[in-house]
Design a protein around this ligand. Structure first.
Ligand SMILES: *Cc1c(COP(=O)(O)O)cnc(C)c1O
Length: 495
């Protein structure tokens, strides 16, 4: 059966709407086991063409049970946002237009959209208006871009051209962190040839902020070394914010570069209630965040900003004989500043018009809508931690300051770590809510993260009830003598 492209797209839209409308009722966990998914999806490689409508319909039926409900309102694992409708729809158009957003010449409208959206973002997030920016796949590639700019800047001032000479023989770059940095910082150091041996954990205070006295001591110890200081806006477990004003002043005394990982926490700057947490943020040299987390743009959508556009461009820009650069004299045909070529700022060559969905999200939410999302998610996270923490057998470890908090579950025999993991598995298996585990200060904990615009008070109620019922069930099993003393047996996989 042949269908027109219009009919096929209408069918895709219907499947998409069905999925979104089922989010409230479908289990939040992926109920299908690995062998089931392999069996369903591993159809023979076809020799002959297949009808597009059949391919589409079977894609939907074959993935049944293999999709997490992370697009919905009761998924609180990792830090995973949803997609606001305008961004989702704009993302479809981006695929439809299929522009190669590497250069203005390959997709003029998308280049201009990124130019405008980058300016809006700096204003929203309170970053310097003169900063350069790029729309990356995520914070990981944002870090890579920012740290490449940092490496250029620090080595250029020492007479070393790292883009030409590489790192062998260069003054050794070191990277100072609190020790709580996200692993994507380590991977950036690996990919940039800096190496993880160059990472120095200076330590943190009891609020998970970088220890300023130790930072100063470490900076002073090798005062001449090219140094990058990595701060955080939203530590991955607790959402902690560093003291940017003091850390930046200190680092700059030693001509160091300050990079801020704000993968989710940077969005707190949009909320008048939370903006104070980011005081001094603008003093840093580079920043990364994700639009696919708290802004609720579909994957993959990261952002990087650099206070030294020359270093950013020197580290990333590239030229080839067949490219047409808007900044080159031959290409400028109109008045005003030259167009923005994304390839000068982005680590990728060919790429999708990633700015389009961000542009749509910013326009549809507005400053107020983003602030409300931040404040609402924070309220939900606080309720989840407080109400789960108040259940018998639960304990609050960190109450949320923004959208992240930690609880754990106490076993009668003191085996809290294994018990906490067991309870997390059982909550996931209910399909009512999804939380993940983490290790915090040597303890297993359940991390509660709320970044989805869809989460409602009703979702929070359902999640708390699910945890309550799991805990009550465990007590019942114990009382009925069906299990010996804790740790309770785990129940992984299908259920
Ligand atoms: C998610 C996250 C990252 C990695 O971001 P990606 O978008 O997955 O590349 C880095 N740091 C923090 C704090 C994060 O939450």
């Amino acid at each position: 059966m042949n269908v027109t492209t219009r009919d096929l797209l209408a069918a895709a839209a219907a499947h998409a709407a069905d999925f979104l409308e089922s989010l409230d009722d479908r289990p939040v966990h992926a109920a299908a086991a690995l062998p089931d998914l392999r069996k369903a999806l591993h159809r023979p490689l076809p020799d002959k063409p297949q009808a597009a409508k059949t391919v589409l319909d079977e894609l939907v039926s074959d993935t049944a049970g293999g999709l997490l409900g992370s697009a919905g309102g009761r998924f609180f694992g990792w830090v995973i946002g949803g997609g606001v409708p305008a961004a989702l729809a704009a993302d479809w158009l981006t695929s439809t237009w299929d522009q190669n957003a590497a250069l203005y010449a390959c997709g003029p409208a998308e280049a201009v959209i990124e130019e405008i959206t980058g300016e809006w973002l700096k204003e929203l997030l309170g970053l310097p208006g003169s900063a350069s920016f790029a729309f990356t796949t995520g914070t990981q590639m944002g870090h890579l871009t920012a740290l490449a700019a940092a490496r250029h800047h620090l080595l250029e001032s020492r007479g070393w051209d790292v883009e030409r000479q590489g790192l062998a023989g260069a003054p050794a770059v070191r990277v100072l962190t609190s020790g709580l940095e996200h692993a994507s910082i380590q991977r950036s150091a690996r990919l940039l040839g800096i190496g993880t041996d160059a990472l120095v954990a200076v330590g943190h205070d009891e609020h998970d902020r970088i220890d300023l006295a130790e930072l100063e001591r470490t900076l002073d110890e090798h005062a001449d070394a090219p140094t990058i200081v990595c701060l955080q806006a939203g530590e991955i477990n607790t959402g902690a914010f560093d003291d940017y004003t003091r850390a930046c002043r200190l680092a700059h005394t030693y001509d160091s570069w300050v990079h801020v990982d704000g993968a989710f926490g940077l969005w707190a700057a949009v909320s008048p209630t939370h903006r104070h947490l980011l005081t001094g943020l603008e003093l840093a040299d580079s920043w990364t965040t994700d639009a696919h987390k708290w802004l609720n743009v579909p994957f993959d959508s990261g952002l990087v900003f650099v206070a030294h556009p020359d270093a950013h461009r020197a580290a990333i820009s590239t030229r080839a004989s067949y490219l047409v650069h808007a900044g080159d004299a031959s290409a400028s045909v109109s008045s005003g500043p030259p167009a923005r070529d994304q390839i000068d700022w982005n680590p990728e060559w060919s790429r999708r018009g990633r700015g389009v969905a961000v542009y749509a999200a910013l326009r549809s939410l507005g400053r107020q809508g983003i602030a409300e999302t931040v404040e609402r998610c924070t309220r939900h996270a606080q309720r989840l931690v407080t109400e789960i923490g108040a259940l018998p057998g639960a304990e609050v470890i960190v109450a949320p300051q923004i959208n992240q908090g930690l609880v754990r579950f106490l076993a009668p025999d003191g085996g809290h770590d294994q018990h906490t993991d067991t309870i997390i598995d059982r909550i996931q298996a209910t399909g009512q809510a999804w939380f993940g585990g983490s290790t915090y200060r040597g303890m297993r904990v359940m991390r509660i993260s709320v970044v989805n615009w869809r989460t409602t008070d009703g979702d929070v109620d359902r999640a708390v009830t699910a945890v309550h019922d799991v805990l009550a069930g465990v007590v019942r099993e114990f009382e009925e003598g069906r299990v010996s003393n804790a740790p309770w047996p785990t129940r992984r996989g299908n259920s």
